[in-house]
Write a new protein. Structure first.
Length: 136
């Protein structure tokens, strides 16, 4: 697939780059990534890591299921940025995305052994929704 940079902008003082992928309409189908190497990280992932530590936590706290978390990674557009404030022991990122039913989610995740591990998932805040809709 051919990628093309569509836009560069800043969110939470972080540089984000919008890529259109393939022949998709870049206004409706673009992926926002902070680092160009984020594509490589996502491409190297082979699935999700769910265990007793994170399997039901998001459901209990925010009524977000594992399936809904996973959907947000595959439904475009998404915004992905560096969560450097909380990246003390391991690298963390945040994702603004939507489920198959258009539920807007804010997800914090890390990558361990080529698996995406969701740390937290919740509804987007009003400010996050505004940024998401402005940039898509």
């Amino acid at each position: 697939m051919r990628e093309k940079i569509v836009e560069v902008f800043y969110f939470k003082q972080k540089k984000l780059v919008c890529f259109s992928i393939g022949n998709m309409d870049s206004k409706k189908k673009c992926i926002f990534l902070q680092y160009t190497n984020m594509r490589d990280i996502f491409n190297s992932c082979v699935g999700f890591e769910w265990n007793a530590g994170n399997s039901n936590k998001n459901w209990m706290r925010h009524k977000v299921s594992r399936v809904e978390c996973e959907q947000a990674f595959f439904n475009t557009p998404i915004i992905v940025g560096d969560d450097s404030k909380h990246s003390i022991l391991e690298k963390r990122w945040y994702l603004l995305g939507k489920t198959d039913l258009e539920w807007l989610l804010f997800i914090v995740f890390t990558v361990r052994n080529n698996l995406i591990r969701v740390i937290s998932a919740r509804d987007m805040s009003k400010k996050e929704r505004k940024i998401y809709y402005e940039k898509i």
